[in-house]
Design a protein. Structure first.
Length: 289
């Protein structure tokens, strides 16, 4: 598991200045070296000024570089002897052992989720929530592995009483996109950002004047050309045939959107959830515990 200081950096990363991100990138890649570096040395290896380093540590919540170093040294104490290789980002190979699979899968998923947090812009996320909650109608598009994510998002939105629709059939997605107009929202979900059907449908929605929200893994993907708002997750691909790990970050983003919508008007959406939960209460057995 990564040290807490790394989590702090990843949490604040999207709000850092470009110069401060240089410091963040160096620390994330050289966490154990940093505890030996003075303020001057860290500024040199990061390629920034000393005031930039100070601004960076203050952005993390520390009073200054000395407090940051003290916190980091205390956190790393004794970790060298206990550390277990988490195998972050390693592709599966024929030399892997079956008994390694659980740890490797969990470790890789943790790394992807941390990278996702690091990549998300809070400003963009807030605009996504605002667009969804004020939309007249919402269409969601995607193919193949993204279907699992879309199904989860549609279910959550329906529970909240949001007017949304999704069809697996490409032709129906195309027809829906052509009927959108200004005030509507189109959400395109594509791990690669290059799925032709999804890109083409999003393009139609964009031409119709709908606000286009894109959820993808790669910042420069084709689908991004038509995005008004983009949530970009981790920039790494771990497996050929990425269904396993792409879902982890996508589902996490869906949960973020779900909770963001609820918090946008808490009392209203909690009442909606309560009412819809009571409607299906008879579909579950009473707990015997």
């Amino acid at each position: 598991m990564k040290e807490n200081v790394c989590f702090r950096i990843e949490e604040k990363y999207s709000r850092l200045r470009m110069s401060e991100k240089k410091v963040a990138d160096y620390i994330l890649s050289n966490i154990k070296k940093v505890k030996q570096l003075s303020l001057e040395e860290l500024s040199t290896v990061s390629g920034v000024s000393q005031p930039t380093v100070v601004r960076f540590v203050k952005a993390l919540g520390f009073k200054g570089y000395r407090e940051f170093k003290y916190y980091l040294v205390a956190e790393l104490a004794g970790e060298e002897e206990q550390e277990i290789s988490a195998m972050y980002g390693y592709p599966i190979s024929k030399t892997d052992r079956i008994d390694e699979v659980p740890a490797k899968t969990i470790a890789t998923t943790i790394q992807i989720l941390e990278d996702t947090l690091k990549s998300i812009s809070i400003d963009t996320f807030s605009k996504v929530i605002d667009a969804i909650t004020h939309a007249n109608r919402i269409d969601i598009y995607g193919v193949e592995n993204s279907g699992t994510t879309i199904s989860d998002l549609v279910t959550k939105m329906l529970y909240l009483g949001i007017n949304c629709r999704y069809f697996k059939d490409y032709y129906l997605q195309r027809i829906c996109a052509s009927s959108l107009e200004k005030g509507d929202v189109a959400i395109g979900i594509s791990y690669s950002g290059c799925s032709k059907d999804t890109v083409d449908v999003v393009k139609i929605a964009k031409k119709r004047g709908a606000t286009v929200i894109v959820i993808t893994n790669f910042a420069d993907a084709k689908i991004s050309e038509y995005a008004d708002l983009k949530i970009c997750m981790t920039h790494q691909q771990f497996l050929h045939g990425d269904a396993i790990f792409s879902r982890a970050s996508q589902i996490a983003v869906v949960d973020m959107i779900y909770m963001g919508i609820i918090l946008s008007n808490y009392d209203y959406y909690v009442k909606r959830l309560d009412r819809n939960s009571r409607l299906i209460k008879d579909k579950a057995y009473e707990s015997e515990i």
